[in-house]
Structure formats: structure tokens, C-alpha cells
Design a binder for this molecule. Structure first.
Ligand code: 5GP
Length: 124
């Protein structure tokens, strides 16, 4: 189960307009913006506008309309930044084992180059 939502996290501040971000896409319940420290030529973050800690929290509590909007926003964003033709990776870190840094649900969209393996194997 996810921890309680911290309304002072960085993405909550971006949603409130308290800190700037480079917006890529916006819908009724979702926002997409460039990652500040990109790990690929295309690195975009897509977040729900609602206060959800991670995927576990979102899938348990969000109304269907917000879930549908979020899934569509992820696909729309990928097409908008042009990674649909060559392929891309979606990744969402959820909790401690995934090293989630910002406690507001976000899906990373990576693209623009060959991305390699999904995870390192032990010993690599
Ligand atoms: P996580 O490890 O939680 O999945 O990833 C958090 C991501 O948020 C990182 O890729 C990091 O670069 C990004 N990030 C952290 N602070 C900011 C910020 O203030 N603005 C933006 N645009 N991205 C941020």
C-alpha cells in the first residue's frame, strides 16, 4: 500500500504552477512535461492531475474517467513527441524497491535511441 500523499512534492508544485516545467501535453486529468534530467533524447513525464502517490494508489482510488484520461494522455504524448514510429519505453517507478524519487505517480516515456535491455541482470 502506498504512503500518504505529500502535497509538497515537486510534481504537486509543478501542477500548482509554483515551479516551472516545459509542458508537452495537457488533458482534463493529466499533464506531460519534459524531465529535467533526461536519460534519453526523448524523456517525458506524464502525471495525473489528481493527488496519487504511485500506480498502486492510482489504480486503487482513481475514478474510471481519470484512469481512462491518463492512459490516453500517455499515448497521445508519445505520438506528439514523435516516438511512436521507432518505438519507446514506458516506465513507472512504484515505491522503495523501484527507487521512486518523486512521490506523485508518473510514467516516464523514453525514446529517440535504441534503449537496450529492460533491466540489468545480476552480475552485469
Ligand atoms: P523517479 O525516480 O521518481 O521515477 O523519477 C523522478 C524523475 O523526476 C527523474 O527522472 C527526475 O529527473 C525528474 N525530476 C525531478 N525533479 C524535477 C523537476 O523539478 N522538474 C522536472 N521536469 N523533472 C524533475
Amino acid at each position: 500500500m502506498a504512503a500518504a500523499y505529500d502535497s509538497n512534492n515537486i510534481f504537486a508544485k509543478i501542477l500548482r504552477g509554483e515551479i516551472p516545467s516545459k509542458k508537452v501535453h495537457e488533458s482534463a486529468h493529466s499533464l506531460a512535461f519534459l524531465d529535467i534530467n533526461p536519460l534519453a533524447p526523448v524523456h517525458v513525464l506524464v502525471i495525473p492531475k489528481g493527488a496519487y502517490v504511485d500506480f498502486d494508489d492510482f489504480s486503487a482510488r482513481a475514478p474510471d474517467a481519470e484512469i481512462a484520461d491518463y492512459v490516453k494522455a500517455i499515448g497521445d504524448t508519445a505520438r506528439k513527441v514523435g516516438v511512436d514510429a521507432d518505438g519507446y519505453r514506458l516506465l513507472s517507478n512504484c515505491g522503495a524497491n523501484a527507487n521512486q524519487e518523486v512521490p506523485h505517480l508518473h510514467v516516464h516515456i523514453f525514446g529517440g535511441r535504441m534503449l537496450g535491455r529492460m533491466l540489468k541482470r545480476d552480475g552485469e
